[in-house]
Every structure is written in structure tokens, then in C-alpha cells.
Unconditional design. Structure first.
Length: 280
């Protein structure tokens, strides 16, 4: 009876696999194993493409943060001064606040700070925050706590602040400021898994002032060649998540390098969009 029960269980399992993979009862066991292997490979690829906080931190620890640019983002600075002048014609940098999600140790923050902007970044990994202040010789306060439930490192003048922790643990209530005039999203949205993108868009939207602008940089490539990371996000994808904003493409540049070529890519572009609230 036990042998019969095991055989019946195996038969049922076999039938389930046949239905799952769209096969026929005459399919050989060998072909079935091939289909199972292909399915396993797909699941493995999906897991490899999924971004986790541990994976993000490991990239910095193991010196694999390939997205970091030592001299700042050239294309961002090509458009940024004009965007500021157009959107805030009567205001000076000293009066404007910039938010940088998943900031790493982006040199753009230092340049913005030197121009007079108040800059607030958020980063999960501790290493790039430490390196940012050390490498750029930015003096910090000895008592950096701003909010009781978040860890902040603050420049001596109080105008350059980086909070450490899970981005989704930061809110308008516990950030240094509830609203920001400018959001510079360089590699943050593209690092979000699909399941996290709705709450990401909701959080970032809640931080932008009514007259502010959201400057976002995302990759664009052939999805049949590569699955990420970074995760592709063209204009229609951004519009889907930020439906209350107008999205305008400002620039497209190539960032195809040996790393992406080694993963089979023939094209890897960087898209630069600006977003502003739709008229109510």
C-alpha cells in the first residue's frame, strides 16, 4: 500500500508539471526535466535581478558600486542651472532645499552645497556616507542627531545632511525638512524593485513642494538582452508611477561600457526627465 501511495503521488506530481509547462502526456521524462531546468533558471535570474538592502550595502563594501561618478553627473549639470532659473526666477540657492534619495557619496551633493543649496540625502549603507565627508573634507557636527529615530551626519554649517537607513523609514515627519524644492533622483528609482515602486513614488511625491521639480535619471536598454540591475525605466514607466506629474524628456546619453557589453547589451542609455506637478 505504501509503494502504491508513493507511485500515485509521483504520478500526480508528474501530471501537475505537464499542465504547468503546457506539455502533453506523451512528453518524455528528459524533456520534462529540461523544462523544469529552464523554469529554475528563470527563477534564479529573477532573484539575481532583485535588489535587496543587503545587496546594496555589499556593493559598497566590496567596491562594486559601479554607478558612482567621482566628478558628479555631467548631464545633470548641463540642465540643472537652467531648470533652477526657470522654476525659481526670484529665489537664490540659499533659499532652496534639495533632496537626494539613495545618495551614496554622490559628488553632486558637494557641488550643490558649495553653491548654497541646503542638501539632504538618504543612504542605507554607512560606508559611502563616511567616505563622502572624509574624502571631501567636510567638517561635521559632533552631535548630528536631528530626529530621534533616524541617524544623521550633518555638516558644520547644517546645510549638508545625510541620513542613514532604509529609505522607507524616512517620512516628511522625521526628515530634517518636510518639503523640498528639488529632488535629484540619480539611480534611486531604477534601484527599486517593481513591488516597491508604488510606495517609492508615493513617498517621493509627498516630499516635493507644489512649485518644485523632480529631476530623474534612469536607464533604457533592450529588455530582451538584459534584466538588470539597474532596472530600466522609460518615460511611460515613470508616468505610470508618477501619474500626477508631467514628465518631460530632457536628454539621452549612452552609458554602454565593457561591463554592460559583457552581459550581452548592445545599447545602454541614460535618460534624463524632469517632472513637475500637473495643474489642478
Amino acid at each position: 500500500m505504501l509503494v502504491y501511495t508513493k507511485q500515485k503521488a509521483l504520478f500526480i506530481k508528474y501530471q501537475i508539471f505537464i499542465l504547468k509547462f503546457g506539455l502533453t502526456p506523451s512528453t518524455s521524462f528528459g524533456n520534462l526535466m529540461i523544462k523544469m531546468a529552464e523554469e529554475s533558471a528563470k527563477r534564479s535570474t529573477a532573484l539575481n535581478n532583485e535588489l535587496t538592502l543587503d545587496r546594496w550595502e555589499a556593493a559598497w563594501t566590496n567596491d562594486e558600486a559601479r554607478w558612482h561618478q567621482d566628478n558628479g553627473n555631467e548631464t545633470m549639470w548641463k540642465h540643472f542651472p537652467k531648470l533652477v532659473a526657470e522654476n525659481f526666477p526670484d529665489r537664490q540657492p540659499i533659499d532652496l532645499k534639495v533632496f537626494v534619495p539613495l545618495c551614496g557619496k554622490a559628488k553632486d551633493m558637494l557641488l550643490l552645497h558649495k553653491m548654497g543649496f541646503t542638501v539632504v540625502g538618504v543612504e542605507f549603507a554607512s560606508q559611502p556616507i563616511k567616505e563622502f565627508f572624509e574624502e571631501n573634507l567636510v567638517d561635521i557636527r559632533t552631535d548630528p542627531a536631528i530626529a530621534s529615530d533616524q541617524k544623521y551626519t550633518v555638516s558644520s554649517d547644517g546645510k549638508l545632511i545625510i541620513g542613514q537607513g532604509d529609505l522607507f523609514g524616512f517620512t516628511p515627519e522625521n526628515l530634517p525638512f518636510a518639503k523640498y524644492d528639488i529632488i535629484w533622483d540619480r539611480g534611486s528609482f531604477e534601484a527599486m524593485n517593481d513591488a516597491d515602486r508604488p510606495k517609492y513614488a508615493k513617498l517621493l511625491s509627498s516630499l516635493l513642494t507644489e512649485e518644485g521639480f523632480y529631476f530623474i535619471n534612469t536607464p533604457d536598454y533592450d529588455l530582451s538582452e538584459y534584466g538588470g540591475p539597474p532596472l530600466a525605466a522609460q518615460k511611460d514607466v515613470i508616468e505610470n508611477y508618477f501619474s500626477d506629474m508631467n514628465v518631460e524628456l530632457l536628454d539621452r546619453t549612452s552609458m554602454l561600457n565593457d561591463y554592460f557589453k559583457s552581459h550581452g547589451l548592445t545599447r545602454m542609455d541614460a535618460l534624463y526627465h524632469v517632472m513637475k506637478w500637473k495643474a489642478k
